[in-house]
Ligand binder design. Structure first.
Ligand code: BES
Ligand code: MN
Ligand code: ZN
Length: 513
């Protein structure tokens, strides 16, 4: 087995040293007790029904702001945003009022969304230096928390995938100065969220990569570059090693492609607890194989079929960046589901790492084939206390729940409850679907099981359950959450990085149980 950690240490450190955010963001974020003298834009966070007047404001300013608030119906309700140009007797060119409502009840995801909305307004203007004043929020601890969360929302929205533009639009590059009384609280909260954002960006980058460039070895190399400098132990198995270990189900999916299977293993050992394993579907492109996808709109999205793998890499990056006291491993089976004279034929039989034989009833149900061996590998090598697999697995999930929820399948109430909680915290929501009472759904006449059945989302889950065996396990089907056609909330258009925040928060919650 080839451990590439050492090989990477030198050049990866060069790539990443000292520029934690530079790769993805060009904005800067500072927290200080004093206001920034030269700001061209002043943003004031306004609690519900507060009188808006900062230290040193003249009567003329107060009067104008009160009048503008009245005219706009601005009350400080959470999510309200009002722009006032050329405010009287203030040095700034713009004044932005942002309602934060009852601050103790403002959830993190609302604050993040408000930050995203603020960044849209700022990016649409010529603002360069922005001061955000929090002095109207009486509780300085709450002010620090909310400031950090809004700043995080700004960052999440400001990611750009522009590596293929010959003349990319300039990226947002403003300086944000946050005036907060509890400076170190705000900084600490922001640093944790910043590490989370870095995980999200890595996942977006991997998911956005077109199929031709984001093939298995390239995915693994990019993940290695991102993770090794943080002290994550990265191992990459090449196609020969995948075969030698008996992972015929993983190998089979890309046997017809020139880009053969790899397996990426990324271990963040932040504690001595038993391991939590995250297994992500890394199918770097899904043509469907010989059951080829014939709908041109849907095949055009299939570079995102690696989003589950990207999510587990991003979650480990976030946890390592936070130096979280958790023992977590990401396992990503990597494939490219393509056709040639060597490719799997419908009806072929493959043998998985655990010795089980699988009739490939559909070459387009490839996700479960590679995950089966990913789950087996995680069990075999790490004896984890729990396995969560995450995948863009079935269209049926999308039919049932749309993009508002990912489907979860588990027989363990603690896993279901902690995942639900992590989903609410991050607004990457999950909804349980059943596993029981579908007997016979993946029975095969000629092999131990077949890789498809009806109903579709359950068949995928029950197939994977065979490989988790007695290890506590949950399957997360995130088909269609991976991409958004248009920018909205914290997401720019393209890959969302969905799953990173859900899994990173869940691992911390579950570790504490
Ligand atoms: N990658 C697809 C699932 C998918 C569909 C993801 C739409 C994102 C958006 C998966 O490999 C697939 O093709 N699933 C088939 C399974 C069927 C052949 C049993 C499906 O859901 O149609
Ligand atoms: Mn498929
Ligand atoms: Zn797929």
């Amino acid at each position: 087995m080839r451990t590439l950690k050492l090989a990477c240490m030198f050049f990866c450190a060069l790539l990443i040293a000292g520029t934690a955010n530079a790769q993805y963001l060009q904005t800067s974020t500072r927290f200080a007790a004093q206001s920034a003298a030269q700001a061209d834009t002043l943003v004031v966070l306004v609690p519900a029904d507060a009188t808006v007047a900062l230290d040193g404001w003249s009567q003329a300013t107060r009067d104008q702001v009160a009048r503008a608030m009245h005219a706009a119906g601005f009350t400080g309700a959470a999510g309200q945003q009002e722009l006032l140009l050329a405010p009287i007797e203030l040095p700034a060119d713009r004044l932005v009022l942002m309602g934060v409502g009852q601050t103790a009840e403002l959830p993190r995801h609302r604050a993040e969304t408000m930050g995203a909305a603020l960044s849209v307004l700022i990016n649409d203007s010529t603002a360069n230096i922005i001061e955000v004043n929090t002095q109207l929020i009486a509780d300085t601890g709450e002010a620090a928390r909310i400031a950090a969360e809004i700043a995080h929302g700004i960052d999440l929205r400001n990611y750009r995938f522009d590596r293929y533009k010959s003349a990319p639009e300039p990226r947002p590059a403003q300086s944000y100065h946050w005036q907060v009384a509890a400076v170190s609280d705000a900084q600490q909260a922001y640093d944790l969220l910043s590490a989370m954002a870095q995980g999200v960006f890595t996942a977006r980058e991997l998911t956005n990569l077109p199929g031709g460039d984001g093939f298995p070895a390239a995915f693994a190399e990019y993940a290695l570059q991102q993770l090794a400098p943080l002290g994550v132990d990265v191992t990459i198995l090449n196609p020969e090693q995948v075969l030698e270990l008996g992972m015929g189900s993983l190998y089979g999916v890309s046997q017809g492609s020139q880009h053969k299977a790899h397996l990426l293993v990324a271990h963040w050992k932040g504690s001595d607890d038993p391991v939590i394993a995250l297994v992500g579907k890394g199918n770097t492109f899904d043509t469907g194989g010989y059951n080829i996808k014939t709908d041109s709109a849907s095949i055009l999205q299939m570079q995102s079929d690696k989003a589950g793998g990207a999510a587990v890499v991003g979650a480990v990056k976030a946890l390592a960046g936070q130096r979280a006291a958790v023992n977590v491993v990401a396992v990503v089976p990597l494939s490219q589901n393509a056709i040639s004279g060597e490719a799997l034929l419908p009806g072929d039989v493959v043998t998985a790492g655990n010795g089980k034989t699988i009739e490939v009833a559909s070459t387009d149900a490839e996700g479960r084939l590679i995950l089966a061996d990913g789950i087996w590998y995680a069990r075999h090598h790490f004896n984890p206390r729990v396995i969560a697999d995450i995948a863009t697995l079935t269209g049926a999930k999308n039919t049932a729940l749309g993009t508002a929820y990912s489907a979860i399948f588990t027989n363990e109430p603690e896993i279901r409850d902690s995942l639900t909680l992590a989903g609410e915290l991050t607004q990457e929501l999950v909804w349980p679907l059943p596993l029981d009472n579908y007997s016979g759904i993946i029975d095969s006449r000629i092999a131990d099981m077949r890789n498809s059945g009806t109903p579709g989302a359950q068949a995928g889950a029950i197939f994977l359950q065979q490989f988790a065996e007695e290890t506590p396990w949950v399957h997360i089907d995130m088909a269609s959450e991976a991409l958004t056609a248009t920018a909205s909330g914290i997401n720019p258009a393209g890959a969302t990085g969905h799953g990173v925040r859900l899994l990173a928060e869940w691992v911390k919650l579950f570790s504490d149980q």
